[in-house]
Design a protein around this ligand. Structure first.
Ligand SMILES: NC(=O)c1ccc[n+]([C@@H]2O[C@H](COP(=O)([O-])OP(=O)(O)OC[C@H]3O[C@@H](n4cnc5c(N)ncnc54)[C@H](O)[C@@H]3O)[C@@H](O)[C@H]2O)c1
Length: 343
Protein backbone atom coordinates (compact mmCIF):
# COMPACT_ATOMS: atom_id res chain seq x y z
CA UNK A 1 0.00 0.00 0.00
CA UNK A 2 1.30 3.46 -0.86
CA UNK A 3 1.22 5.46 2.33
CA UNK A 4 1.01 9.21 2.61
CA UNK A 5 4.07 10.53 4.46
CA UNK A 6 2.87 13.14 6.94
CA UNK A 7 4.11 15.66 9.45
CA UNK A 8 2.20 17.55 12.14
CA UNK A 9 3.20 21.09 13.09
CA UNK A 10 2.05 22.29 16.51
CA UNK A 11 1.45 19.42 18.91
CA UNK A 12 -0.59 20.99 21.69
CA UNK A 13 -4.02 19.64 22.62
CA UNK A 14 -5.43 19.48 19.10
CA UNK A 15 -2.23 18.67 17.22
CA UNK A 16 -1.50 15.73 19.48
CA UNK A 17 -4.93 14.27 18.71
CA UNK A 18 -4.35 14.66 14.96
CA UNK A 19 -0.88 13.12 15.30
CA UNK A 20 -2.31 10.19 17.29
CA UNK A 21 -5.00 9.59 14.69
CA UNK A 22 -2.50 9.70 11.83
CA UNK A 23 -0.03 7.45 13.67
CA UNK A 24 -2.39 4.87 15.05
CA UNK A 25 -5.76 4.92 13.29
CA UNK A 26 -5.17 5.84 9.65
CA UNK A 27 -3.26 2.98 8.04
CA UNK A 28 -3.00 4.83 4.71
CA UNK A 29 -0.83 7.48 6.39
CA UNK A 30 2.67 7.31 7.83
CA UNK A 31 3.45 9.88 10.51
CA UNK A 32 7.08 10.72 9.90
CA UNK A 33 7.71 13.78 12.07
CA UNK A 34 6.18 16.33 14.39
CA UNK A 35 7.30 19.90 14.97
CA UNK A 36 6.57 22.40 17.67
CA UNK A 37 8.07 25.78 18.57
CA UNK A 38 8.61 24.10 21.94
CA UNK A 39 11.12 21.44 20.89
CA UNK A 40 10.83 19.58 24.19
CA UNK A 41 7.12 19.20 23.53
CA UNK A 42 7.73 17.95 19.99
CA UNK A 43 10.23 15.42 21.31
CA UNK A 44 7.86 14.26 24.02
CA UNK A 45 4.99 13.70 21.56
CA UNK A 46 7.35 11.96 19.12
CA UNK A 47 8.49 9.64 21.93
CA UNK A 48 4.90 8.93 23.02
CA UNK A 49 3.94 8.07 19.46
CA UNK A 50 7.15 6.13 18.89
CA UNK A 51 8.29 8.14 15.88
CA UNK A 52 11.83 9.18 15.20
CA UNK A 53 11.78 12.80 14.10
CA UNK A 54 10.98 15.96 16.05
CA UNK A 55 11.71 19.52 14.92
CA UNK A 56 11.27 23.00 16.30
CA UNK A 57 9.86 24.63 13.16
CA UNK A 58 7.71 24.01 10.13
CA UNK A 59 10.65 25.06 7.95
CA UNK A 60 12.81 22.23 9.31
CA UNK A 61 10.01 19.68 8.97
CA UNK A 62 9.15 20.47 5.36
CA UNK A 63 12.75 19.89 4.28
CA UNK A 64 12.03 16.17 4.53
CA UNK A 65 11.40 14.67 1.10
CA UNK A 66 9.48 11.72 2.58
CA UNK A 67 6.75 14.05 3.86
CA UNK A 68 4.08 14.75 1.25
CA UNK A 69 1.43 16.31 3.49
CA UNK A 70 1.44 18.44 6.62
CA UNK A 71 -1.21 19.06 9.25
CA UNK A 72 -0.81 22.59 10.66
CA UNK A 73 -2.17 22.77 14.19
CA UNK A 74 -0.43 25.82 15.62
CA UNK A 75 -2.38 28.76 17.06
CA UNK A 76 -4.20 30.66 14.32
CA UNK A 77 -1.77 33.57 14.07
CA UNK A 78 0.89 31.24 12.68
CA UNK A 79 -1.32 29.39 10.17
CA UNK A 80 -0.60 31.73 7.26
CA UNK A 81 3.20 31.54 7.54
CA UNK A 82 3.10 27.77 8.02
CA UNK A 83 0.80 27.31 5.00
CA UNK A 84 3.19 29.36 2.88
CA UNK A 85 6.23 27.36 4.06
CA UNK A 86 4.44 24.09 3.24
CA UNK A 87 3.23 25.34 -0.15
CA UNK A 88 6.70 26.53 -1.14
CA UNK A 89 8.00 23.05 -0.27
CA UNK A 90 5.26 21.44 -2.39
CA UNK A 91 3.43 19.80 0.54
CA UNK A 92 -0.32 19.12 0.59
CA UNK A 93 -1.89 20.91 3.55
CA UNK A 94 -4.46 20.33 6.25
CA UNK A 95 -4.77 23.42 8.46
CA UNK A 96 -6.83 23.77 11.60
CA UNK A 97 -9.49 26.45 11.86
CA UNK A 98 -9.60 29.39 11.57
CA UNK A 99 -7.69 29.23 8.29
CA UNK A 100 -6.17 32.65 9.07
CA UNK A 101 -7.07 35.62 11.24
CA UNK A 102 -7.75 38.04 8.39
CA UNK A 103 -9.42 37.85 4.98
CA UNK A 104 -6.35 39.41 3.38
CA UNK A 105 -4.12 36.63 4.68
CA UNK A 106 -6.68 34.01 3.63
CA UNK A 107 -6.62 35.40 0.10
CA UNK A 108 -2.84 35.34 0.16
CA UNK A 109 -2.67 31.68 1.20
CA UNK A 110 -5.25 30.74 -1.43
CA UNK A 111 -3.06 32.41 -4.02
CA UNK A 112 0.16 30.81 -2.77
CA UNK A 113 -1.29 27.29 -2.54
CA UNK A 114 -2.95 27.55 -5.93
CA UNK A 115 0.29 28.76 -7.51
CA UNK A 116 2.21 25.91 -5.88
CA UNK A 117 -0.44 23.41 -7.03
CA UNK A 118 -1.04 22.01 -3.55
CA UNK A 119 -4.36 21.30 -1.87
CA UNK A 120 -5.50 23.00 1.32
CA UNK A 121 -8.16 21.64 3.67
CA UNK A 122 -9.27 23.71 6.69
CA UNK A 123 -10.15 21.82 9.87
CA UNK A 124 -13.90 22.34 9.83
CA UNK A 125 -14.61 19.25 11.87
CA UNK A 126 -18.38 19.64 12.08
CA UNK A 127 -18.57 18.70 8.40
CA UNK A 128 -17.28 15.27 9.41
CA UNK A 129 -19.29 14.70 12.57
CA UNK A 130 -21.53 11.71 11.73
CA UNK A 131 -24.78 13.41 12.80
CA UNK A 132 -23.93 16.53 10.82
CA UNK A 133 -23.02 14.43 7.78
CA UNK A 134 -26.41 12.65 7.97
CA UNK A 135 -28.21 15.98 8.34
CA UNK A 136 -26.50 17.35 5.24
CA UNK A 137 -27.56 14.26 3.27
CA UNK A 138 -31.16 14.64 4.46
CA UNK A 139 -31.19 18.28 3.42
CA UNK A 140 -29.78 17.40 0.01
CA UNK A 141 -32.40 14.66 -0.36
CA UNK A 142 -35.11 17.26 0.25
CA UNK A 143 -36.39 15.70 3.49
CA UNK A 144 -37.03 19.07 5.12
CA UNK A 145 -37.90 20.92 1.94
CA UNK A 146 -36.08 24.18 1.39
CA UNK A 147 -33.93 25.27 4.35
CA UNK A 148 -35.12 28.67 5.56
CA UNK A 149 -33.54 29.13 8.98
CA UNK A 150 -30.16 28.08 10.42
CA UNK A 151 -29.64 28.23 14.19
CA UNK A 152 -26.50 27.09 15.92
CA UNK A 153 -24.87 27.46 19.27
CA UNK A 154 -21.46 26.60 20.66
CA UNK A 155 -20.92 26.78 24.40
CA UNK A 156 -17.63 25.95 26.07
CA UNK A 157 -17.74 24.64 29.63
CA UNK A 158 -15.42 27.37 30.91
CA UNK A 159 -13.30 30.24 29.64
CA UNK A 160 -9.77 29.41 28.49
CA UNK A 161 -6.81 30.16 30.77
CA UNK A 162 -6.06 33.88 30.80
CA UNK A 163 -2.76 33.11 29.08
CA UNK A 164 -4.75 31.83 26.06
CA UNK A 165 -6.21 35.29 25.49
CA UNK A 166 -3.12 37.15 26.65
CA UNK A 167 -1.01 35.41 24.00
CA UNK A 168 -2.95 37.24 21.28
CA UNK A 169 -2.38 34.38 18.84
CA UNK A 170 -5.80 32.72 18.78
CA UNK A 171 -7.98 35.48 17.38
CA UNK A 172 -11.08 36.93 18.92
CA UNK A 173 -14.07 34.83 20.02
CA UNK A 174 -15.69 35.25 16.58
CA UNK A 175 -12.59 33.80 14.87
CA UNK A 176 -11.82 31.15 17.44
CA UNK A 177 -15.30 29.77 18.16
CA UNK A 178 -17.86 31.41 15.88
CA UNK A 179 -15.94 30.27 12.80
CA UNK A 180 -17.29 26.71 13.35
CA UNK A 181 -20.87 27.94 13.22
CA UNK A 182 -20.23 30.29 10.31
CA UNK A 183 -18.84 27.46 8.21
CA UNK A 184 -21.71 25.20 9.22
CA UNK A 185 -24.26 27.81 8.17
CA UNK A 186 -22.68 28.13 4.72
CA UNK A 187 -22.59 24.34 4.36
CA UNK A 188 -26.12 23.51 5.52
CA UNK A 189 -27.75 26.45 3.73
CA UNK A 190 -25.59 25.88 0.64
CA UNK A 191 -25.22 29.65 0.45
CA UNK A 192 -22.99 32.52 1.49
CA UNK A 193 -23.62 34.91 4.36
CA UNK A 194 -24.44 38.26 2.77
CA UNK A 195 -25.06 40.41 5.83
CA UNK A 196 -24.89 40.10 9.58
CA UNK A 197 -25.34 41.99 12.81
CA UNK A 198 -23.21 40.84 15.72
CA UNK A 199 -23.63 41.62 19.39
CA UNK A 200 -21.05 40.73 21.99
CA UNK A 201 -20.49 41.20 25.66
CA UNK A 202 -18.11 40.62 28.52
CA UNK A 203 -20.69 39.14 30.87
CA UNK A 204 -19.05 36.32 32.83
CA UNK A 205 -15.28 36.50 32.32
CA UNK A 206 -14.13 40.06 33.09
CA UNK A 207 -10.55 39.21 32.09
CA UNK A 208 -11.73 39.13 28.45
CA UNK A 209 -12.11 42.92 28.45
CA UNK A 210 -8.43 43.63 28.98
CA UNK A 211 -7.64 41.66 25.82
CA UNK A 212 -10.34 43.45 23.84
CA UNK A 213 -12.26 40.18 23.57
CA UNK A 214 -15.74 39.02 24.60
CA UNK A 215 -17.19 35.93 26.29
CA UNK A 216 -20.69 35.97 24.80
CA UNK A 217 -21.82 36.58 21.23
CA UNK A 218 -25.01 36.58 19.21
CA UNK A 219 -24.89 36.98 15.45
CA UNK A 220 -27.95 37.36 13.23
CA UNK A 221 -27.27 36.62 9.60
CA UNK A 222 -28.90 36.89 6.21
CA UNK A 223 -27.79 34.53 3.46
CA UNK A 224 -27.49 35.73 -0.12
CA UNK A 225 -30.75 34.08 -1.22
CA UNK A 226 -32.64 35.64 1.68
CA UNK A 227 -32.71 32.78 4.21
CA UNK A 228 -31.80 33.61 7.80
CA UNK A 229 -29.39 32.44 10.47
CA UNK A 230 -28.62 32.99 14.15
CA UNK A 231 -25.47 31.96 15.96
CA UNK A 232 -24.68 31.96 19.68
CA UNK A 233 -21.28 31.49 21.26
CA UNK A 234 -20.78 31.41 24.99
CA UNK A 235 -17.68 30.72 27.04
CA UNK A 236 -19.03 29.58 30.37
CA UNK A 237 -21.77 26.97 30.05
CA UNK A 238 -20.53 25.39 33.31
CA UNK A 239 -22.48 22.14 32.74
CA UNK A 240 -20.45 20.88 29.78
CA UNK A 241 -19.53 21.29 26.13
CA UNK A 242 -22.79 22.09 24.38
CA UNK A 243 -23.04 22.14 20.59
CA UNK A 244 -26.49 22.37 19.01
CA UNK A 245 -27.76 23.18 15.56
CA UNK A 246 -31.18 23.39 14.01
CA UNK A 247 -32.01 23.66 10.33
CA UNK A 248 -35.60 24.69 9.81
CA UNK A 249 -37.02 23.93 6.39
CA UNK A 250 -40.26 24.44 4.49
CA UNK A 251 -41.26 20.80 5.17
CA UNK A 252 -39.58 19.98 8.47
CA UNK A 253 -36.72 20.59 10.83
CA UNK A 254 -33.54 18.80 11.81
CA UNK A 255 -32.20 19.25 15.33
CA UNK A 256 -28.63 18.25 16.09
CA UNK A 257 -26.83 18.05 19.39
CA UNK A 258 -26.87 16.22 22.67
CA UNK A 259 -25.70 16.77 26.20
CA UNK A 260 -25.65 13.26 27.66
CA UNK A 261 -22.44 11.45 26.74
CA UNK A 262 -23.25 7.88 27.85
CA UNK A 263 -26.64 6.15 28.00
CA UNK A 264 -26.60 5.88 31.77
CA UNK A 265 -29.20 7.39 34.04
CA UNK A 266 -28.78 7.24 37.82
CA UNK A 267 -32.04 7.58 39.73
CA UNK A 268 -31.94 7.95 43.49
CA UNK A 269 -34.00 9.63 46.19
CA UNK A 270 -31.94 12.76 45.70
CA UNK A 271 -32.84 12.99 42.03
CA UNK A 272 -31.81 11.91 38.55
CA UNK A 273 -28.30 12.21 37.15
CA UNK A 274 -26.66 11.74 33.78
CA UNK A 275 -23.20 12.60 32.60
CA UNK A 276 -22.59 15.42 30.12
CA UNK A 277 -20.21 15.82 27.18
CA UNK A 278 -17.35 17.79 28.67
CA UNK A 279 -14.75 18.35 25.95
CA UNK A 280 -14.41 18.90 22.23
CA UNK A 281 -11.94 16.01 21.96
CA UNK A 282 -14.73 13.77 23.29
CA UNK A 283 -17.64 15.26 21.34
CA UNK A 284 -15.85 15.33 18.01
CA UNK A 285 -13.56 12.28 18.38
CA UNK A 286 -15.15 10.62 15.33
CA UNK A 287 -15.13 13.86 13.36
CA UNK A 288 -11.40 14.50 13.91
CA UNK A 289 -10.59 10.99 12.76
CA UNK A 290 -12.95 11.05 9.78
CA UNK A 291 -11.71 14.45 8.56
CA UNK A 292 -8.05 13.40 8.66
CA UNK A 293 -8.81 10.03 7.08
CA UNK A 294 -10.74 11.77 4.31
CA UNK A 295 -7.88 14.24 3.77
CA UNK A 296 -5.36 11.39 3.51
CA UNK A 297 -7.50 9.32 1.15
CA UNK A 298 -8.31 12.31 -1.06
CA UNK A 299 -4.65 13.26 -1.41
CA UNK A 300 -3.63 9.66 -2.13
CA UNK A 301 -6.38 9.38 -4.75
CA UNK A 302 -5.40 12.77 -6.20
CA UNK A 303 -9.02 13.79 -5.67
CA UNK A 304 -10.96 16.91 -4.83
CA UNK A 305 -11.23 17.94 -1.17
CA UNK A 306 -14.73 18.04 0.34
CA UNK A 307 -13.85 21.22 2.21
CA UNK A 308 -11.19 23.47 0.76
CA UNK A 309 -9.26 26.67 1.22
CA UNK A 310 -12.08 28.77 -0.18
CA UNK A 311 -14.43 27.38 2.48
CA UNK A 312 -11.84 28.33 5.05
CA UNK A 313 -11.57 31.82 3.56
CA UNK A 314 -15.33 32.35 3.55
CA UNK A 315 -15.66 31.36 7.22
CA UNK A 316 -12.84 33.79 8.04
CA UNK A 317 -14.69 36.51 6.11
CA UNK A 318 -17.86 35.96 8.17
CA UNK A 319 -15.86 36.04 11.41
CA UNK A 320 -14.13 39.26 10.34
CA UNK A 321 -17.48 40.84 9.46
CA UNK A 322 -18.88 39.75 12.83
CA UNK A 323 -15.95 41.37 14.64
CA UNK A 324 -16.42 44.58 12.64
CA UNK A 325 -20.18 44.62 13.23
CA UNK A 326 -19.66 44.15 16.97
CA UNK A 327 -17.01 46.87 17.20
CA UNK A 328 -18.91 49.37 15.03
CA UNK A 329 -22.33 48.51 16.45
CA UNK A 330 -24.07 48.16 13.12
CA UNK A 331 -24.98 45.54 10.47
CA UNK A 332 -22.18 44.72 8.04
CA UNK A 333 -22.51 43.46 4.48
CA UNK A 334 -20.06 40.82 3.23
CA UNK A 335 -18.90 41.36 -0.34
CA UNK A 336 -19.53 38.34 -2.57
CA UNK A 337 -16.43 36.33 -3.45
CA UNK A 338 -16.06 33.78 -6.21
CA UNK A 339 -14.56 30.36 -5.65
CA UNK A 340 -11.26 30.41 -7.57
CA UNK A 341 -11.14 28.16 -10.63
CA UNK A 342 -9.32 24.87 -9.96
CA UNK A 343 -5.65 25.02 -10.82
N1 LIG B 1 -11.42 21.89 15.21
C1 LIG B 1 -11.55 21.99 16.52
O1 LIG B 1 -12.55 21.59 17.09
C2 LIG B 1 -10.42 22.59 17.31
C3 LIG B 1 -10.36 22.42 18.69
C4 LIG B 1 -9.27 22.97 19.38
C5 LIG B 1 -8.31 23.70 18.72
N2 LIG B 1 -8.43 23.86 17.37
C6 LIG B 1 -7.43 24.64 16.62
O2 LIG B 1 -6.17 23.96 16.66
C7 LIG B 1 -5.11 24.90 16.69
C8 LIG B 1 -4.24 24.63 17.92
O3 LIG B 1 -5.05 24.71 19.07
P1 LIG B 1 -4.63 23.97 20.43
O4 LIG B 1 -5.83 24.02 21.30
O5 LIG B 1 -3.99 22.66 20.15
O6 LIG B 1 -3.53 24.98 20.99
P2 LIG B 1 -2.36 24.69 22.01
O7 LIG B 1 -1.96 26.00 22.55
O8 LIG B 1 -2.75 23.57 22.94
O9 LIG B 1 -1.18 24.10 21.10
C9 LIG B 1 -0.52 24.86 20.14
C10 LIG B 1 0.88 24.29 19.97
O10 LIG B 1 1.51 24.95 18.88
C11 LIG B 1 2.85 25.27 19.27
N3 LIG B 1 3.28 26.42 18.47
C12 LIG B 1 3.01 27.74 18.68
N4 LIG B 1 3.52 28.49 17.69
C13 LIG B 1 4.12 27.63 16.83
C14 LIG B 1 4.83 27.80 15.62
N5 LIG B 1 4.98 29.00 15.07
N6 LIG B 1 5.33 26.69 15.01
C15 LIG B 1 5.18 25.48 15.54
N7 LIG B 1 4.52 25.25 16.70
C16 LIG B 1 3.99 26.31 17.33
C17 LIG B 1 2.79 25.54 20.75
O11 LIG B 1 4.06 25.37 21.36
C18 LIG B 1 1.77 24.47 21.19
O12 LIG B 1 2.40 23.25 21.53
C19 LIG B 1 -5.78 26.28 16.68
O13 LIG B 1 -5.85 26.74 15.35
C20 LIG B 1 -7.17 26.01 17.22
O14 LIG B 1 -8.14 26.94 16.78
C21 LIG B 1 -9.45 23.31 16.66
Amino acid sequence: MTKLGMGVVGVGAMGTRHAENIRRLIPEAHLIAVADADLARARQVAAELEIEHAYNSVEALVERKDIQAVAIVTPAKFHGAAIKACAHAGKEIFCEKPLTLTVEEADEVLHVTSKAGVRLQPGHVRRYDPAHVRAKKRIEAGEIGDPVLFKSLGRDPSPPPVSYMASGVNGMFFQDSGVHEFDLGRWFMNDEVAELHAYGGVLVFPEAAQFNDIDTALVNMKFSRGTLGAVENYMQAVYGYDIRTEIVGSKGTIMLGYLQQTPELVLTASGTRTDVVDHFLVRFADGYLDEMRDFVRTILADGELKVDGFDGRQAVAVAAAAERSYREGRPVAIPPAARPAKA
